[in-house]
Design a protein around this ligand. Structure first.
Ligand code: SF4
Length: 498
């Protein structure tokens, strides 16, 4: 039996786009960038001036990004600058990693005070959940920072970053009315300034679907998949509300694209999932994260790359780079290059290697499969030899793309990876299609393939010495499985982020 391959760490290539001043026309801006990059300028003084403009523009760009960043998407250094010290920033992140609100945790020293849990979470299960006390949470923190405090000034600055006013619980008011209000009011969590949990559904297999409401009223979903054998959980997160790719087998594709999420809105899914996993029995700490929820990552590159980088930052969410995967359907050949800037594994949602069939499954496809594949090969070749890994994903639909000739075509299509990328590790993941209860469109006629057909498909690839796995379907009874995520907008979005 084949061993499951090791996930590989992808190098983080820092290739920030140079954002030149708006006063430059496109042509002059373009030529400035070209000149700077290629070094063909004949005037050294002009080169120096150009580099100075580029450096200033980069600084401006970084400052502008930092201005727009919320608490989760700031770098540790940026947060340290605001809070007045790296120790404070690290303490803040000790809390974020655990899904604990630092504004509550550091507001006083009472070791027996219990963590406030939003009603939606505490009511989600009929089980009564006893929140942890401050001292229980403290025990989870690195010993050398357990005694670290934040100070009133730092807490005030943190409140400004998360754009929340002082928490009611921090204000002393012993009146009967105040007590009554306290018991009725939803416990506050500063991350509610980014998104709040409105629903939590548990499937029979333990999978938990979390529905988050964003500040503009739109909803987004993420899914926690527990693995009892290794006592860890994987988190599937969304990067857009809806999706423009319109894959015919996918619920999200039927919503259309409502808007992209900011890096904070992507990362807050990790925050809430960490809280959920800490509170609820049967869920374990998250050690893997996949961008395979709602949305196409290539249509939200800047925020996806920033969020993925924070997930694997050893000072922030601290996941192993090989345990974070960005999946893309690859709307254009450039998608791989852009998403490859994140230091994580890339996955390509192929669905079919044959152009005409893929166009039926992913109607927004504009590029030939060979063109997309060659672009991916180029990106893989740019990575260190030992880090050349790619996952190919196929949602298998009975008699549509699960036929023996589909497997044969895919094997042939993959040969170029083996021939052109020395040391490549290619893994094919077969995802049995999950019913999305479509009453119209092609999905109305789609069926999940039988186990026999899936195994026959796998056997053809394995017979050609390829690594191929069948993904276990999880959470399908609560519409939390692959392709089943879709939310309803409770209001129109206020703005678009890209
Ligand atoms: S499968 Fe992925 S890319 Fe296709 S519509 Fe669904 S979310 Fe979008």
């Amino acid at each position: 039996m084949r061993r499951r391959p090791r996930w590989l760490v992808t190098p983080f290539v820092i290739l920030q786009a140079i954002d030149l001043p708006v006063s430059n026309s496109w042509s002059s801006t373009h030529s400035l960038i070209q000149t700077t990059r290629t070094g063909t300028c004949t005037s050294s003084r002009r080169c120096v001036a150009i580099r100075a403009v580029a450096v200033d523009a980069e600084k401006e760009n970084a400052a502008r990004e930092a201005d727009n960043a919320g608490p989760l998407s700031l770098s540790l250094e940026e947060l340290a600058d605001i809070l007045g010290g790296k120790g404070r920033a690290k303490s803040c992140w000790d809390c974020y990693q655990l899904g604990v609100d630092p504004l509550w945790f550091f507001e006083n020293d009472d070791p027996n005070q219990r963590e406030p849990i939003p009603h939606t979470l505490s009511k989600a299960l009929s089980l009564s959940v006893e929140p942890e006390t401050r001292s229980q949470i403290r025990e989870r923190i690195t010993p050398r920072r357990q005694s670290q405090g934040m100070g009133r000034n730092a807490l005030q600055k943190l409140r400004q970053v998360v754009a929340v006013s002082p928490q009611p619980s921090a204000q002393k008011d012993n009146s009967a009315t105040a007590k009554e209000t306290e018991t009725e009011t939803e416990p506050m969590d500063s991350m509610a300034s980014i998104a709040t949990v409105t629903q939590l559904h548990r499937s029979l297999d333990g999978t938990a679907k979390i529905v988050l409401q964003l500040t503009d009223g739109l909803q987004v979903e993420s899914v926690v998949i527990p693995w009892p054998d290794r006592e860890t959980s994987s988190l599937c997160i969304s990067n857009q509300v809806g999706c423009a790719q319109a894959c015919t087998f996918c619920s999200t594709g039927r919503m259309g694209e409502l808007r992209s999420l900011t890096a904070d809105e992507i990362l807050v899914q990790m925050y809430w999932a960490a809280k959920v996993c800490r509170i609820f029995p049967g869920l374990y700490p998250i050690d893997a994260c996949i961008f395979m929820g709602m949305g196409e990552a290539a249509r939200n590159v800047q925020h996806v790359v920033r969020a993925a980088s924070h997930l694997v930052d050893p000072q922030l969410f601290q996941l192993a780079p090989r345990r974070v995967t960005i999946s893309t359907v690859a709307p254009s050949p450039k998608a791989f290059e852009e998403l490859g800037k994140a230091p994580v594994v890339l996955a390509w949602s192929v669905h079919s290697s044959e152009d005409a069939l893929r166009k039926k499954l992913v109607p927004t496809t504009k590029h030939q499969m060979v063109e997309l594949r060659d672009s991916l090969i180029k990106v893989l070749l740019g990575r260190p030899r030992k880090l050349r890994q790619i996952m190919l994903e196929l949602a298998l639909i009975e008699n549509v793309n699960d036929r023996p000739q589909d497997a044969e075509h895919l094997a042939e299509f993959c040969n170029a990876f083996y021939e052109k990328v020395p040391g490549v590790k290619l893994v094919v993941n077969l995802i049995p299609w999950n019913d999305i209860a479509a009453t119209s469109g092609p999905a109305k006629h789609y069926r999940k393939p039988s186990n026999g057909r899936i195994l026959a498909f796998q056997k053809i690839l394995v017979g050609k010495d390829m690594l191929c796995y069948v993904r276990t379907t999880r959470g399908d009874d609560e519409s939390a499985a692959c392709g089943q995520l879709a939310t309803k907008a409770s209001s129109k979005p206020n703005n678009k982020t890209d």
